[in-house]
Design a protein around this ligand. Sequence first.
Ligand code: NAP
Length: 313
Amino acid sequence: MAAERNCRIVIIGGGPAGLTAATYCARARLEPILIEGMDAGGQLMTTSEVENFPGFPDGIMGPELIANMRRQAEKFGTEFVSGNVTAVDLSKRPFSISVGDQTLVSCALIIATGATARYLDIPSVQRLRGHGISACATCDGFFFRNKKVFLAGGGDSALEEAQFLTQFASSVTVIHRRDEFRASKIMQEYARKNPKISFLMSHVIVDALGEERLTGLRLRDLATNEVRDVEADGLFFAIGHDPNTGIFKSYLETDEAGYLKRQPDRTATSIPGVFAAGDVADNYYRQATTAAGDGCRAALEVEKFLLAQGEAH
Ligand code: NAP
């Protein structure tokens, strides 16, 4: 039998949203427990230098930024539990959250489990992640100054990121699996007007080439079935993200892409007492800064909620 422990607020997720929520909850003396999974820290842990997080004019490494946030949350009394949540029961309040050999029974819950950028499931792609292959143009584009870069995807993100990459790269080639884009017309217009961007429609990546670093791509033209190799210094993926909602899905409403739905202008979800912050509920901004802001909003809402229930002390 798992040991049960009562608490007022559990936060699931150790990225910027969860850690900011923890700092605010801890300062509100709610004695938060933050559960950080096996991949603690989220997407920032696989990012190199973060140059757009306010307060760090000289940039900061992603893992260091997370370590700072964690230290800040801990300083005010956040308790960290490490392990992946295996089950939740949100059918009644207090909610049950199972992690390792304990069950936390909590008055309120903040879900900040983030989203995972999609990569192609090809061994060479997995191996060269961080060595020429990235799924975050905003994070890593800067490192491809005057380089020949490819970008896979055909949605708004792909074309927006292609534009962004032209600030640095000498050329950006968008590879899309269909012969028409999913992206909005205006994004297509902008991209087509940019002389540094070219397009390989109806093409798929078969393999990423290179031992230590990406040196090229093996592509298949779906129209002719021809396979050929091209030289490449960088490959970015913009083929969507998957929100990490697996264990909550049967309880909470999600949008058609699977992101947790929230009340208008709030982080409150469809269940009173359950809040969602960061990328797990945001398919649009997806920035460390907006995730941190969202964590702050969730914590303030939790505090109000617990006060209204008479459970804040
Ligand atoms: P998205 O709209 O779902 O597009 C994903 C793209 O990746 C699609 O073109 C898809 O191809 C392709 N793709 C998916 N899996 C693939 C695979 N295994 N191999 C090759 N290609 C694959 O995702 P998104 O572009 O990240 O946009 C998400 C949401 O944010 C959208 O609602 C978008 O409008 C919004 N957004 C808006 C803006 C803006 O307005 N400024 C900017 C960014 C994002 P298919 O087309 O063939 O399915």
